[in-house]
Design a protein around this ligand. Sequence first.
Ligand SMILES: [Zn+2]
Length: 477
Amino acid sequence: MKSFVSRLRFFPAVLLFVLPAFGADVAPSWKAGAAATDITPELPMWMAGYGARTRPGDQVAQRLHAKALALEDERGKVAVIVTTDTLGIPRLVRQAVEKRVTSQLNLPASHLIINASHTHTGPEIRVVDSLFGRQDPQRLERVLRYRQQLEDRIVQAITDALARRAPAHVAFGQAKAGFAMNRREDYTLPKGDIRSGKVPNPNGPVDHDVPVLQVTDAAGKLQAVVFGYACHNTTLDGYAFTGDYAGFAQAHLEASNPGAIALFMSGCSGDQNPHPRRDMIKGLSPLELASQHGRSLAIAVEAALQSFPRPLGSRIDAILEEVNLEYQPVPSREELQRRAQSQNRGERENAQAVLDRLDREGKLPTHYAYPIQVLRFGELTLVGLASEVVVDYSLRLKREIPGQLWVSAYNNDFMGYMPSRRVWHEGGYEAGESLTFTASSQYRGAVHPSIWAPTLEEKIVAKVHELNRRVGSAASP
Ligand SMILES: [Zn+2]
């Protein structure tokens, strides 16, 4: 007759309830350290996110931060998660930071992920040589100076986080928050319907999951919390710097957990907006509304912290590779010259930028090398997609990959929207228009000669599956 305990081996789910999550008698199997640094620019400074701004930002409503969480497993393998209150992390910034931390801190590139909150009330960090640089050399000089400061401060945060490593428990949990709404037109509506257009669409796909990674010290005190949400940081516009709802969520969590550092990671929010936003609620200022959305998200994080978070086995594996994404056929010089005379400013400026690239490089690229990262922390897999990925990707990947999966976007590169096959075929802003035919493309980290080919989704999803299979195998670092 089998003993009760030996029978329990066959029912590991039961054990989860029997064993305390982090009792004082459970020795920490991780080491962790977290650090934050202020990245608020000196005023005045041009802002990023909306093409319509006519002057630099001249107020600070909330300080901006770059934060780092260093995790070390029981084999001594280290990974660092960096989060920033910025619109996007251009590849050049990622590469500059990576170069310094791989050589000075011995951190492998695959074990570093850098995320942007996509706040639209953050500083301009553009890297594309565009008209503004020629028209306003002073503005360009400010951007270059800020970029240098940002890189320095991110490296400082990583250095500090690594230096603070101490025994820790690491666990994963999840909750929901509901204020993200699909912002794309409802394509099931007939043309001319009053509800069509780029409006919040209550029937459109959303991902309301709030994944939460929590780090507690040996005594059980919360040391750091990384949380995600798939929603544009666009409650606010105007000329005051803030981290928008994500900045407020981090601030609320840090206020209610003294000593802890809260880090926000963007999800697949390319087609998601907070709703309502701006001044849509009578009697509530836009700033108060952003704070309220932040409070909703912070409460969801608190819910996840207290909903049987699962301790993660102390093992880190990571892999970072690129996948070639094809463009639609690139335009000829004659076609670009025709577009450069367009009445439409966005089309005209973009065509000129592509012509400049053609002159500089002799030919236009037929594909883009898109970075994808997979980090595994015990039983949790964190997929790090780059740039503005629409929500279909996280919904699909969570359907197709079993286990605890966290799909983040806006990592490591920032150069435009990544539509799904569905969105590509529907058309509109996130489908490709924004990549080449609007002035906003000038805000991003690359001059694309054409829109993506419709194979985009299959290429990205297949590469995630491949990396998910290979991470931690002998073939990966
Ligand atoms: Zn965006």
